[in-house]
Each structure stands twice: as structure tokens, then as C-alpha cells.
Design a protein around this ligand. Structure first.
Ligand code: NAP
Length: 305
């Protein structure tokens, strides 16, 4: 990337997008955000322009990518909700890839997920595999990075575990809790992504943190750090999901879906490659012990309101 290049980032003010954009601006790049919420105030003020996704208007979408040398693509959905389905998210991703090609973008740095699979019964993982294939077949130069689960100040999963542990006397765990998680720090992840934009070589790699926890170990760590005494209750997955759904009505959110529990229990949040992240979750949690989980982070508020 030459200095002063224009770089397109989906969701430049979003969770991972914000850390990618911070690095790009520090390198002297110009950044344009493609987003579902161009009207929202940006943490970057007028240093980053924002345009709507326009997935259903290919010419507009292509126009918004013209002049960009690299596209950082973080776009995806966590679960199907109302008229937003995984099939639609795949179609939108295909439209974005086609537009990048038509606009003359040189390279796409794409955020996927650890363990995507064409054969997965889980639409998140199957959809991610479909999008990866569309990128590999696009003719664009590509870097596909597959994170496990991200942590950082704006993350949802680790923060909300801490929130429920702080707020309620009991915490429900689906199944035996012996399945794994290998969280990567969002700043490490952004470094990996920005580094991957610097070459032309096609690459596909996992991005995982330095430690793997069982879910039980993760809960013990968070309980100890936020100093709470919530009891941990193991229930069969179906019952746990039903109760967590009920909990969602109290916080006005989709807290955890059946498919997410299946992915977790199938150990899909663990990488089988050498870890690339350096920051340890425990160290980060200790530094943020006073704030982590003090407020609920809502997926629906972030994307649907
Ligand atoms: N967060 C994690 O722990 C984690 C773990 C593994 C993989 N990933 C992958 O990492 C990527 C980035 O994750 P992130 O947490 O940084 O995401 P994010 O900032 O919440 O969202 C990334 C982009 O996707 C758009 N988006 C998200 N949900 C949407 C919805 N329901 N409808 C329409 N647009 C939606 C956002 O739109 P706006 O610009 O309008 O906000 C934004 O442009 C995703 O591809 C995700 O699959 C994340």
C-alpha cells in the first residue's frame, strides 16, 4: 500500500473495523467506510467518509469502491433476524466482491471465521465457506484471515459473560463446558489484517490467541477477575438455549443462538494452527477488571436499531 492510498473498510466504526481504521489513518491512508449506518457519528469524525452498503445497487456499490486499492471486508451477520438471513448475507458479500473487482480494487483482506466448512450444518460456517470460495474465484488478490473469537473493549461475548456473572446469582452453561475457546485480542487481529494488506500473495490463515481455555476455565477466570460468586449451572444444551432465550427478553437482545451453542460445543472456536495473537485474555481482563461486564453490549442495538 502506498502512502495516501484510498482504502475501503466495511464498518470502519465497528468493532474490528475501528482498530483496522486507526492503523490505516496512522499510516497516512485515506479511509472510506461502507456501512449499514452511514448517518451514525464516527469516532474518526470527518477523517473517514461513510457511504451506505448499497448491496442491491451494484453500480452505486462499484462507484463507492472506485479509487480504493484495498478492501478490508468485515461484513457478516451473527444470526438470522427478521428479513436478514445467511443466504442474503452471502449474496450481499458476493455483490461486494463483484463490485470490488469491477472498481479495480487490487486486494481484498477478508475476515472469515476459524473452521468454515462447505459441509457445515451451521449456516454461519457454511456461509463463510461460500464467501471464501467467491473470493478465491474472483480473480482479486486476497488475504483471508480466520479469527476464532475476538476480545477487546467493544466485544460482545466475553463482556456479556462478565455482565451476567456480575448481575445474576447463577450462570447457565450448555452441556459439560469442556469445549474450547481461543480468543484473540482485537488489536493483535487488526495488526495481522493490516500486515496482510502489504503483500500481493494470496493467503488463507487462522488468527487465534496464545491460549485455549475450556468454557469452564474461561468462566473461572472471569469470575475470579470480576470478583463475583455466581454459581455455574450445567444444563443440557436444549434447556440452556431455551433459558438463555428467555434471558434475552430481559436485556432486549438475542444473547446466544442455538447454532452458536452448537459451534461452541463442536470446538469450532479453536484453531489448529500456530497462534498469531500475543495478548493474553487474563492479562487484559485484569487491566479492565473494573469495567468489563459493567454494561450489557447488545447485538440488536448495534445492528438493528
Ligand atoms: N467479533 C468476534 O468475536 C468475531 C469472531 C470471529 C469472526 N468474526 C468475524 O469478524 C468480522 C467482523 O466482526 P466484528 O465483530 O468486528 O463485526 P461488526 O463490527 O459488528 O460488523 C462488521 C460489519 O458487518 C456489518 N453487520 C454486522 N451485523 C450486521 C447485520 N445484522 N446486518 C447488516 N450488517 C451487519 C456491520 O455493519 P455496520 O457498519 O452498519 O455496523 C459492519 O459493517 C465478521 O465477519 C465476523 O464474522 C468476529
Amino acid at each position: 500500500m502506498a502512502e495516501n492510498d484510498l482504502i475501503a473498510v466495511t464498518g470502519a466504526s465497528g468493532f474490528s473495523g475501528k482498530y483496522i481504521t486507526t492503523r490505516l489513518l496512522a499510516m497516512g491512508k485515506r479511509v472510506k467506510s461502507l456501512t449499514g449506518h452511514p448517518e451514525r457519528p464516527s469516532p474518526f469524525g470527518d477523517r473517514v467518509s461513510a457511504v451506505p452498503f448499497n448491496f442491491d445497487k451494484p453500480e452505486e456499490l462499484t462507484k463507492s469502491l472506485e479509487g480504493a486499492t484495498v478492501l478490508f471486508n468485515t461484513y457478516w451477520i451473527r444470526f438470522a433476524y427478521k428479513d436478514m438471513t445467511f443466504e442474503r448475507a452471502v449474496e450481499n458479500s458476493r455483490a461486494l466482491i463483484r463490485a470490488a473487482k469491477d472498481a479495480g480494487v487490487r486486494r481484498i483482506v477478508h475476515v472469515s471465521i476459524a473452521n468454515p466448512s462447505d459441509d457445515s450444518p451451521l449456516p454461519y460456517y457454511k456461509g463463510k465457506a461460500d464467501v471464501e470460495r467467491a473470493i478465491r474465484e474472483s480473480g482479486l488478490s486476497y488475504a483471508i484471515l480466520r479469527p476464532t473469537v475476538l476480545f477487546g473493549p467493544e466485544d460482545i461475548l466475553i463482556n456479556n459473560i462478565a455482565f451476567f456473572l456480575r448481575k445474576y446469582p447463577a450462570f447457565i452453561v450448555p452441556g459439560n463446558g469442556e469445549y474450547g475457546m481461543q480468543p484473540i485480542f482485537v488489536e493483535d487481529f487488526a495488526d495481522i489484517l493490516v500486515g496482510a494488506a502489504q503483500t500481493d500473495e494470496n493467503m488463507v490463515a487462522d488468527a487465534a490467541g496464545p491460549e485455549t481455555f475450556t468454557f469452564n476455565e474461561l468462566l473461572r477466570l472471569i469470575r475470579e477477575i470480576v470478583r463475583c460468586r455466581a454459581r455455574v449451572v450445567h444444563l443440557n444444551a436444549g434447556l440452556a438455549v431455551a433459558l438463555v432465550k428467555l434471558l434475552g427478553t430481559f436485556v432486549g437482545d438475542v444473547v446466544l443462538t442455538d447454532n452458536e451453542v452448537k459451534g461452541l460445543m463442536a470446538n469450532l472456536l479453536v484453531s489448529h494452527e500456530e497462534p498469531k495473537g500475543r495478548v493474553r485474555l487474563g492479562d487484559w481482563l485484569r487491566e479492565h477488571a473494573e469495567t468489563v461486564g459493567t454494561e450489557y453490549h447488545s447485538e440488536l442495538a448495534r445492528h438493528y436499531r
